[in-house]
Design a protein around this ligand. Structure first.
Ligand code: NAP
Length: 234
């Protein structure tokens, strides 16, 4: 049985990814940091095991991945955001955004790669954001972190392709999850008007894209950024 590790598996997108992977035959390690109840409840309903670690803490990441053993698929999905003008964001918060969104992605990838390289197979899928492609006002640190994830995806894909490992990125548009819980109804109406397809994305839209990129149907695809955004960024 193939094994997958999904960081932020306790969240909106992450839990949908875990469910879809389990439905498609994976044993899923569901990473969480603070949402223990959600992770344990999910583990009860799928073929999954909850694993607590903070992706920004390299030692915890390494210890956790030693305990899971071989990982066939890593989905770097953990992320946080903060909506504020660049000069108003608390510097500690800005550091946390980079440390979780970008360094967390690097930490987890670095931890699973030796085994993948040894086995000459493996798939890494990074969850970036359309704001990493085009930049968002009032989400500057977040946009920078996600642009970093996109650059990381392209560079690592080139480096590890000769070892039979594929590295791709999904760049979601506006997906209805807790991350967007602070938007008012009026904000949501205006955001929807900017989405050419006129609908918000669902966590399942992202999960289906993860499943495709993880599968052999994507065996000739690496280093790519798949926009799943209803046409908002083209
Ligand atoms: P969410 O529901 O808020 O989930 C965020 C997840 O990140 C949670 O599972 C959380 O785990 C985890 N996390 C936060 N800090 C962590 C840490 N230090 N270590 C490990 N895990 C940590 O948000 P979401 O919408 O599903 O977002 C998932 C990913 O999609 C993020 O990378 C986000 O940037 C990206 N994205 C989302 C949207 C959108 O519109 N929703 C758009 C573009 C990109 P705990 O709760 O257990 O701490």
């Amino acid at each position: 049985m193939k094994t997958a590790l999904v960081t932020g598996g306790s969240g909106g997108i992450g839990s949908a990814v875990c469910r879809t992977l389990s439905e498609n035959g994976y044993l899923v390690y569901i990473n969480y940091n603070s949402s223990e109840k959600k992770a344990l409840a999910l583990a009860d309903t799928i073929n999954g095991i909850a694993v607590k670690f903070d992706v920004s803490d390299r030692e915890s990441v390494n210890n956790a991945i030693k305990s899971t053993g071989h990982i066939d698929l890593l989905v770097n999905n953990s992320g946080i955001s903060e909506i504020n003008t660049f000069d108003s964001v608390n510097p500690d918060t800005a550091d946390r955004i980079l440390n979780i969104n970008l360094r967390g992605t690097l930490n987890c990838s670095r931890a699973v790669l030796p085994d993948m390289i040894h086995n000459k197979s493996g798939v890494i899928i990074n969850i970036a954001s359309m704001w990493g492609e085009c930049g968002a006002s009032c989400e500057v640190d977040y946009s920078a972190s996600k642009a970093g994830v996109i650059g990381f995806t392209k560079a690592l894909a080139k480096e590890v392709a000769p070892s039979g490992i594929r590295v791709n990125c999904i760049s979601p548009g506006f997906i209805l999850t807790d991350m967007n819980r602070n938007f008012s109804d009026e904000d949501l109406r205006m955001i929807k008007e900017d989405i050419p397809l006129g609908i918000f994305g669902t966590p399942e839209n992202i999960a289906d894209s993860v499943m495709f990129l993880a599968s052999d149907k994507a065996s000739f695809i690496t280093g790519q950024i798949l926009g799943v955004n209803g046409g908002m960024v083209i």
